[in-house]
Design a protein around this ligand. Structure first.
Ligand SMILES: Cc1cc2nc3c(=O)[nH]c(=O)nc-3n(C[C@H](O)[C@H](O)[C@H](O)COP(=O)(O)O)c2cc1C
Length: 216
């Protein structure tokens, strides 16, 4: 598949088949993702690949903590969002609403779904060592971009899961990760369920006119 097609086609997957992703495929995926550029070639990313029963066990802990701490998916904003950002959030809600399982609110679906990695057989938890400043989070963003596109080309679905950063300590404890590592993001990885209604909606994008200022 060509790269431009993958960029156009890829959308997050929130309904996965109950089918494991083999170790070879996961290694190929990570080898491709880590071709991403990074400042001074530091490659500051680290991955914990959690599959099968281990993934389910981790999710049980996350769901429990999510309920205890009343954690909810949000924009991570430091002040109220300007209206055009609220509008984009609303756009996502509107395309997803008709495809939610019955009797689930959008928030419950996203919060529980995220903690469960939407039932994906594998969760890739990406961490960074606290020796690095927040400047290096850019590198993590790029590796996630590579990862989701490479996965698409390999026939795998993905969903980045930012919600899990709220459970940094719990995840480190469950996965026996050292204290100096920080969870930046998780990515649900698996085979996309073609019959899952929740995989049908396509998030839209704002017009370039709203995002780009041309000079010269
Ligand atoms: C940094 C980041 C964090 C995200 N966190 C979550 C999350 O916690 N739960 C979730 O369901 N989707 C999450 N997403 C997926 C976004 O909702 C999704 O990328 C966005 O709505 C655009 O849709 P698309 O990926 O289908 O193009 C996250 C995406 C990114 C890039």
């Amino acid at each position: 598949m060509d790269l431009l097609k993958a960029i156009e086609e890829r959308r997050s997957t929130r309904g996965f088949l109950d089918k494991p992703v083999g170790r070879d495929s996961l290694e190929t995926l990570l080898r491709l993702a880590t071709q991403a550029p990074s400042a001074i070639n530091l490659q500051p990313w680290e991955f914990a690949v959690v599959s099968g029963e281990e993934r389910k066990r981790l999710s049980r802990v996350l769901v429990k903590r999510m309920r205890e701490k009343n954690i909810s998916c949000g924009p991570g904003a430091t002040r109220p969002l300007p209206e055009y950002f609220v509008e984009r959030q609303r756009g996502l809600l509107n395309v997803m609403l008709p495809h939610l399982p019955e009797q689930k609110s959008f928030q419950d679906f996203i919060n529980e779904g995220s903690c469960n990695f939407y039932g994906a057989p594998t969760a890739i938890i990406i961490t960074i060592d606290d020796v690095f400043s927040s400047a290096r989070l850019t590198d993590i963003g790029i590796v996630v971009g590579y990862l989701v596109l490479a996965a698409h080309d390999l026939g795998l679905g993905t969903c980045p899961i930012g919600l899990i950063t709220a459970f940094d300590e719990d995840i480190k404890e469950e996965l026996s990760l050292p204290e100096e590592k920080h969870v930046v993001i998780g990515v649900a990885v698996g085979y996309r369920d073609p019959d899952a209604s929740i995989n049908q909606p396509r998030s839209e994008r704002a017009s370039l006119n709203d995002m780009v200022k041309w000079r010269g």
